[in-house]
Design a protein. Sequence first.
Lengths: 156, 117
Amino acid sequence: MTIAVVENWVEEPLRRFVSDARVRLALLLHPSGQVLGQSGFTRAVDVMSACALAAAIHASAGELGKQLDGKPFHVLHHAGKERQIFIAPAQTRRGLYIFLSVFDRESSLGLVQLYYGEFEQRLAEAAPPVEPEKPVLAENFERDLNHNLAALFGRA
Amino acid sequence: MSATPFAEVLAALTRQRGVLGSMVVSEADGIVVDSNLQIGVKGNVVAALAASLYRKARLSAGAAGLGTANFVQLEAERGRVCAIGRGDLLLVTVAESRANVGLIRVEMLRATQVLDQ
């Protein structure tokens, strides 16, 4: 099982979920489409596509839920012939995230739902508090910029 | 909401001495179709895990060349989980240790006739 995370606090809850629920793929992302952590993907381009699609599905389903039910739909499940997807929001003190999971006959919707509940709780507990935004000072600007670029491209 | 075709057999099973609850579960999804549970039994959790257990037991029996698994019983420290499958559905019973497993098995086999319909 290969887990890759952008923020370390995501790793343990994601690892436990994948191990318990026996899913093929798992992805945690920001509603804007930015990835926080993934398991099972082998190519970066697939992660980017999945993030964009999951964010779009979540936004569409949320709006559809508001139109039909007055509030966004909570969980979305789509069963294919061999594989199924499960998309659900995960609320933490750092804000709302979207969780996408792909599973096959090794798992089941019941198991994914069961372990998703535990994942959501672990994620909420693991999320560090939001740090207040610091002013961008001229003397730190270049150093911060270089640090962020290095982190973004995996050179930090 | 009207009662499902399973309500009667589930009620009969749960009336057995020592039985804490019974459920009809979708085998592939592990989702509860209908249930009759005593307070405190986590139906969704048991259904998901029992369906997973039954699927694995069925595959194991097949792999061992033993044919189809038709009755699965898990004996735990403080009770038992029994499962029996028909088609896409699974009948799951949760019982205390003191329950008569022979009687439960007979009742479950009888109840599967409803699942066949």
